[in-house]
Design a protein around this ligand. Structure first.
Ligand code: FES
Length: 171
């Protein structure tokens, strides 16, 4: 009698899966709010990696799309309150960009809710924590980014021969 090897189901990996979230935080308000949350020892999920940016206006559409293409499950853009951007309209531009990307995410079946934006003052640490908890819950309910699997396949197929070779004597 032959024995069959146990089949690994995706359900098993889904049970251990935790969303990978990036938070782009502007230097003047959102990063300060995140810092304050840390100083006050406010708890928020460890799934979030903060990327410190000078202003949310510096977060380009290419950055957001590239992050999703590489398999990030969700992105939070956190900037100053409207009217409070230190570069005048950076947060307004970021809002428009995030709306456009949300539309694209919906069109390609990834889900608009994976990208959220919040406007904060430096004192709004509780709001920062709430919004982080909210996006983690939302993305957890959505499941892994569907682009994650193709990003992993692409990485597996990349061989050392795909890397650019620097030939000797070209400097
Ligand atoms: Fe905070 Fe522009 S400086 S959003």
């Amino acid at each position: 009698m032959t024995q069959t090897a146990p089949v690994k189901t995706s359900a098993a990996s889904t049970q251990t899966w935790e969303p990978e979230i990036i938070a782009f935080c502007c230097n003047y308000c959102a990063y300060a709010a995140a810092d304050l949350a840390g100083a006050k020892r406010m708890q928020y999920p460890p799934n979030v990696r903060i990327i410190h940016t000078p202003c949310t206006g510096k977060v380009e559409m290419e950055h957001l799309l590239a992050a999703f293409e590489k398999g990030v499950d969700g992105i939070l853009i956190a900037g100053c309150l409207e009217g409070g951007c230190h570069f005048q309209e950076g947060n307004l531009r970021a809002r428009k960009r995030s709306d456009r990307i949300r539309q694209i995410l919906d069109d390609i079946g990834v889900g608009a809710q994976r990208l959220q934006m919040v406007n904060l003052s430096a004192a709004m640490a509780p709001t920062f924590v709430e919004r982080v908890q909210e996006i983690v819950q939302t993305v957890r309910a959505l499941g892994p980014n569907p682009l994650k699997a193709s990003a992993a396949v692409g990485a597996r197929h990349a061989s050392p021969s795909d890397q650019p070779v620097e030939s000797a004597g070209t400097r």
